[in-house]
Design a protein around this ligand. Structure first.
Ligand SMILES: Cc1cc2nc3c(=O)[nH]c(=O)nc-3n(C[C@H](O)[C@H](O)[C@H](O)COP(=O)(O)OP(=O)(O)OC[C@H]3O[C@@H](n4cnc5c(N)ncnc54)[C@H](O)[C@@H]3O)c2cc1C
Length: 337
């Protein structure tokens, strides 16, 4: 919805945004493909070819969340517009709006998550064969797909992080419930009792610290927009699922065998937190981008620090009677210079 509000034409908004906002229909986002490494979206190769007044789509998609919902009427498809001859690898892709009942679409199956059946709201495995849509279905224009997915992903990630904080909070409540279950009370002398108090305390600290990271990103999005908040969003995206998995795992441990079966929501909470480390791009990609941005932020101050360090090394060597010149990998005593 956010993406249509931001990038859709008036006609697209009238056709899709209004019923989406009213909850009458749902949409699914079709980017990831089974035959390629999709975390680098430049690899996406679903073919979107202009043919007269239409576009014709051919490709295979999976992990299309929400595609199994009976009210899902709109696919938001990312692919390569083959007629776009751009040297820029970020300028070859486009996004097209496709009615789910367009001829040529086959929904093969709904994918499970750790064996959990997410159907009917599951993640679709879908192929598009000669799927024909009017040219007016393109969003923003040919070659502007990356602009759209980058604008869309930021706010989406913060929603995932918020929900995952909720999952961790719920796991902590279950852990506290188990520790206070009088039927299965731990004897006060039982060493595990102290361990559990420590787990509860650590979990509270970690949840609240992660919550602050999410709040920080949300404030930055509100004040300066999603693009300016990419650093803060990446921090929340990486930190929150790690924190939640740790907290949920402690709760599972506190329950013993009961923690791994269907008698509590803990296994489901674990699965929902685990996927956040992959959905919307794996941790590794966010960490690389965050590391790069953090380095760039220091700018000229990097050279300043290195110059200072070099001067300080020389000063300390000089105090010890050595000169600054390096010869064969070693420092030469001042007397020999
Ligand atoms: C529950 C769920 C819901 C999803 N919903 C949607 C959806 O609605 N629409 C949609 O289009 N997609 C969706 N996805 C797919 C998701 O976006 C992709 O799985 C994700 O982008 C990773 O792509 P991939 O699976 O092809 O992994 P690959 O690209 O094959 O990566 C595999 C692994 O390689 C490593 N790796 C990748 N790149 C780097 C790098 N640069 N540096 C170091 N290591 C790296 C990481 O460990 C990564 O996990 C969903 C996935 C899940 C699990």
């Amino acid at each position: 919805m956010e993406f249509l509000e931001k990038y859709g034409t008036e006609a697209q908004k009238q056709q899709w945004l209004v019923p989406l906002l009213e909850g009458r229909i749902r949409s699914a986002f079709l980017m990831t493909e089974p035959d390629i490494a999709s975390s680098d979206a430049r690899n996406i190769r679903c073919d979107i070819r202009r043919d007269g007044d239409d576009y014709v789509l051919n490709g295979s998609k999976w992990w299309s969340s929400g595609a199994g919902d009976p009210t899902c009427e709109l696919y938001i498809v990312m692919g390569q517009t083959t007629n776009t001859s751009s040297e820029n690898p970020y300028g070859r892709h486009s996004v097209v709006l496709v009615l789910t009942n367009t001829p040529g679409i086959t929904v093969h199956r709904m994918l499970s998550v750790y064996g959990y059946d997410d159907a009917p709201y599951g993640h679709g495995h879908i192929t598009l064969k000669n799927v024909r849509v009017p040219a007016s279905s393109i969003v923003l224009g040919e070659g502007r797909g990356f602009e759209i997915i980058q604008g869309r992903l930021g706010p989406g990630r913060i929603h995932h992080a918020m929900r995952t904080i909720g999952a961790a909070e719920s796991a902590l409540e279950w852990m506290i419930a188990r520790v206070n279950d009088e039927k299965k009370a731990f004897r006060p002398s039982h060493s595990a009792h102290g361990t559990f108090q420590e787990w509860i305390a650590k979990s509270r600290i970690e949840i609240d610290a992660a919550r602050m990271t999410v709040l920080n990103a949300a404030v930055k999005i509100d004040q300066e927009g999603a693009k300016a908040a990419l650093r803060e969003i990446a921090m929340a995206q990486v930190l929150v699922p790690h924190m939640a998995l740790q907290v949920i795992d402690r709760a599972v441990q506190a329950f013993g065998a009961a923690g791994v079966c269907q008698d509590t929501p803990l296994p489901g909470l674990w699965a929902s937190a685990r996927i956040i480390r992959i959905v919307d791009g794996p941790d590794e990609v966010h960490l690389q981008q965050l590391g790069r941005r953090e380095s760039q932020r220091m700018g000229e101050a990097v050279q300043e620090k290195l110059r200072w360090q070099s001067a300080e090394t020389d000063r300390l060597l000089s105090l010890s009677g050595f000169g600054a010149a390096v010869f064969s990998g070693g420092y030469i005593p001042k007397a020999n210079l």
